[in-house]
Write a protein that binds this ligand. Sequence first.
Ligand SMILES: [Zn+2]
Length: 252
Amino acid sequence: MKQIAQNQGLVLKTSDYKEQAVIATILTKNGINNYIIKGAKKISGGTRLLTIVPSLISFSSTINCGLNTITEGTLLKSYLEIKNDLKKMLYTQAIIEKILIFSPQVTDSLIFYNFIIELFDMLNTQIDPLILEVIFELKLTYLIGIAPNVNRCLKCGERLDDGVFSVVDGGVYHRRCVSSSIDLNEEQTKILKLLYLIKLKNVDNQFYSLVKDDLDDISKIVDYYYRKHLDFSSNSKKIINEILGKKLEKKA
Ligand SMILES: [Zn+2]
C-alpha cells in the first residue's frame, strides 16, 4: 500500500529528472526534502506551476522505493514581487543558498520553517531585500547554534549596551576590555544588535532609515563572521556584487 501524505512547503530548487519529471527541493515543517514531480516539464502540465522558484505549495506525496513523489499539488503563493524584481530575486537566491546548506544544522525545524515563510512574505513587499537578508543571516546564526554574544562583555562578563564587536572572538567587549582587533565601533555594534534582535514583522521604513547607512558595512561583517565561524563563503553574493556592481558602474 502506498501511503499518501499531505504537506505544505517552499520550493527552493529544481533539477531535471527522467523524462518529463523534475526533482524539487522543498522546505517543509520537517526540514528539507527532495520530491519527484512528474510531468513538470510539459508546457500544458498542471504540475509545471509548482516548480517555479520560489513558490509556496500544498501537495500530496507518496513514498516509493525511498523516493518521495508528488502526486498532486496547488500553488499557494507565487511571490510575484520577488520574481519581477532582479534585486529581490538576487538576494532571495543568496538566502536560498544558505537555507539549502545550513538547514540540516537547524535544531528546531518548525520555528525555522515559520521564520522562512514570514521572511519570504516580507521579501515580497517593498522592503529593501538587503536588510532582510542581513536579518536572516544574523538570526540563522542563532538557529544553527553559532550566535554571537551580544549582551555581555567577553572579557569581564558584565552586561553592556555600548560594546564594540569582534568577529573572530564572536561577540562584544567594553572598549576598555578589548585586547584584539575590533570590527564594529559602538554605534555600528548597536545597529548590529538591533538587526539581530528585531522581529521581522517590525521591519518597516522607519526601521530601515535607522540602519540603512550602516547596512553595507554590517553585511560585509556578517559575511566575515560566516567565513570565520562556518568556513562559508557565498557564491550568490559574489554574483550579486558582480551584477549590481556593474549596474552601478553603468549608471556612473
Ligand atoms: Zn568588559
